[in-house]
Write a protein that binds this ligand. Structure first.
Ligand code: IPM
Ligand code: MG
Length: 356
């Protein structure tokens, strides 16, 4: 089993190192090869997603990804910005289905800014369409170089679009995921204003006829943002477009107290996948050894389950993470009084030890 390891920028290198450490404890034939991506690749090769990195990712069974980005790249032409690396990987590998679970761990109920009773036992899954929508429509603006460069343009636009097959396949993914959970899908749209999302709503409704055992609810995105903080446990699976999914998944992650805990998976139709923490590169704490590696370690578990067919090893990693939390070990982002503060590497060591 081949894994492309792409640590990226900021805390990416530190957290991915811990996930690799944990994977190495498992007695599995994993072949891991690393490459540069994002700002690090731009510095070394002049491009955030060099051909060699893309090739490695394409040929692997799975990609373990850290994070990309730094404010110092904000003024680069858009195609050279670190974020283009992750967008390029998603598009080139066809990773249209993004799974972003928001799970509240029992020991971390106090880390949330919401009342404990609202989030205790929370387990929701956001399924975000990842290769369409306004992210991949036609752009034009000051830093657009794809279809020409328009320095000083006084107008800019991006185009929101979805095709029937794009909506159908993500709807199937959502209904099938719901079947394995609490059998409820909330499709989030803005059909009251946007044609793209009226179409989305119509197609999701059609696909639903094939899943009579699953309940389907439609919700406008503004209302969904409100319901997520009002009664998050009322949701099971949320399915939505690329842009709304980007925003709602950040909101949902904060329900649980720490974005440092949440993994994600992005899959294509062959179950080849890219696995990354839901958080970003956090340049403000990079290199300090304080970042929480658990989201990346849990992403490695998702990788074993979804792309590498080792569900049992995934269960073991997840159990090891729960056991270090039960031991009271906490990185600063989830620290509270009465627990033990540890750094990035100590947390990775503790998970490895629990695994053994
Ligand atoms: C995410 C990130 C990315 C996105 C950025 C870095 C391009 O915010 O994965 O949610 O907008 O999809
Ligand atoms: Mg985001």
């Amino acid at each position: 089993m081949k894994i492309a390891v792409l640590p990226g920028d900021g805390i990416g290198t530190e957290i991915v190192a811990e996930a690799v450490k944990v994977l190495n404890v498992l007695d599995l034939p994993l072949e891991m090869e690393s490459a540069l991506v994002g700002g690090a690749a731009y510095e070394a090769h002049g491009h955030p997603l060099p051909e060699s990195t893309l090739k490695l990712a394409k040929e692997a069974d799975a990609v373990l990804f850290g994070a990309v980005g730094d404010w110092k790249y904000d003024t680069l032409d858009r195609p050279l910005r670190p974020e283009q690396a992750i967008l390029g990987l998603r598009k080139n590998l066809g990773l249209f289905a993004n799974f972003r679970p928001a799970i509240c761990y029992e020991q971390l109920v106090g880390a949330s800014s919401l009342k404990p009773e609202l989030i205790a036992g929370l387990d929701i899954l956001i399924i975000r369409e990842l290769t369409g929508d306004i992210y991949f429509g036609q752009p034009r603006g000051r830093r657009t170089a794809a279809d020409g460069h328009f320095p000083g343009s006084e107008e800019a636009f991006d185009t929101m679009r979805y095709s029937r097959p794009e909506i159908e396949r993500i709807a199937h993914v959502a209904f099938q995921a719901a079947r394995k959970r609490n059998k409820k899908v909330t499709s989030v749209d803005k059909a009251n204003v946007l044609e793209t999302f009226q179409f989305w709503k119509d197609v999701v409704t059609e696909v639903h006829t094939q899943y009579p055992d699953v309940e389907l609810q439609h919700m406008y995105v503004d209302n969904a943002a409100m319901q997520l903080v009002k009664a998050p446990k009322a949701f099971d699976v949320i399915v939505t477009g690329n842009m709304f999914g980007d925003i709602l998944s950040d909101e949902a992650s904060m329900l649980t107290g720490s974005i440092g805990m949440l993994p994600s998976a992005s899959l294509n139709s062959q179950n080849q996948g890219l696995y990354e923490p839901s958080h970003g590169s956090a340049p403000d704490i990079a290199g300090k050894g304080v970042a929480n590696p658990l989201a990346t370690i849990l992403s490695a578990a998702m990788m074993l389950r979804f792309s590498l067919n080792h569900a049992e090893a995934a269960d073991r990693i997840e159990a090891a993470v729960k056991s270090v939390l039960a031991q009271g070990l906490r990185t600063p982002d989830i620290y509270s009084e009465g627990t033990t503060k540890v750094g990035t590497a100590q947390m990775g060591d503790a998970v490895s030890k629990a695994l053994r």
